[in-house]
Ligand binder design. Structure first.
Ligand SMILES: [Ca+2]
Length: 276
């Protein structure tokens, strides 16, 4: 694979991971908030409902949660984690159910969300845990997580913390427009290479069918050297003359008027050029 294509593939993969394609890419992330220490006391999930733990994320995307679960007896249970805003009865922004967890589990239980959930860093969220049977318990420790506390039954706050971990990830870097201005044919060449499409195409049908070179056609369409479809080639950003995103996208639109749907827009190009 060419270097650009590899980068594009990696970018698309990353976008899929961010946007979330259920069942295709597992999202794990890294530990953001946690109380890893386990005391001697555990609370019945079912018997103390609603039960949960406050946390304040530091990463802008939440990908999953772990809680330390002990199963005691009886049948298996479906265990659900809800992420709520601010309080234990706040709006649910993410939910995951682990079906039919065996009652003899003793350890960390991971709930990975189907997509990464955007959260406000510095705001309070609550991990609410639910169970369909009175068979599973959540381990706790005394006030070891400073930013929040466990919440249970009728919203009483206790100076206790569940054993929990949240997983998160950082946002992809925001592209910085530092692309040197280019003429339309150069941009067409980059787009076609990124799309893996040959510049030489057969356009039209029957007697109207003709062989075109899309880069030459772009050059022919360009007209006055600094404009494409009336759009200037460059803009000034922070005192520096850089490629005009609208100019790039006008070239993209022109190519699309001649051929199949190309999607390699300025944002993608800018993002890739910013990668190390
Ligand atoms: Ca605490």
């Amino acid at each position: 694979m060419r270097e650009k294509s590899k980068k594009l593939f990696a970018l698309i993969l990353a976008m899929f991971m961010i946007l979330g394609i259920p069942g295709v890419y597992a999202i794990s992330g890294t530990v953001d908030q946690a109380n890893e220490s386990r005391g001697d006391w555990a609370y019945s999930i079912y018997g103390n409902k609603p039960i949960g733990q406050e946390f304040i994320p530091q990463m802008p995307l939440l990908t999953g949660v772990e809680v330390y679960v002990m199963g005691l007896w009886g049948p298996a249970a479906d265990i659900t984690v809800n992420i709520r805003e601010a309080t234990i009865n706040g709006t649910v922004i993410a939910s995951k159910t682990i079906y039919a967890v065996a009652s003899d589990i003793y350890g960390w239980l991971y709930f990975g969300f189907d997509s990464a959930i955007p959260v406000n860093t510095g705001s309070v969220y609550v991990i609410e845990v639910q169970s369909t049977n009175d068979t599973h318990y959540l381990y706790t420790n005394e006030n070891v997580y400073a930013p929040g506390n466990m919440l249970y039954v009728v919203y009483i706050e206790k100076i206790t913390d569940l054993c929990f971990r949240t997983y998160g990830m950082e946002l992809p870097p925001v592209p910085v427009n530092n692309i040197t201005p280019m003429a339309a044919p150069n941009i067409a060449e980059i787009i076609l290479a990124a799309e893996g499409v040959s510049p030489n195409q057969s356009i039209g049908k029957g007697k109207d069918r003709e062989q075109l070179n899309l880069i030459s056609e772009t050059a022919r369409h360009m007209g006055p050297q600094t404009q494409f479809d009336g759009i200037e080639k460059s803009v000034i950003v922070d005192g520096v003359e850089v490629c005009n995103p609208a100019y790039w996208d006008a070239v993209l639109a022109f190519l699309n008027s001649l051929g199949p749907g190309f999607t390699f827009d300025y944002t993608l190009y800018d993002y890739i050029e910013d990668q190390p």
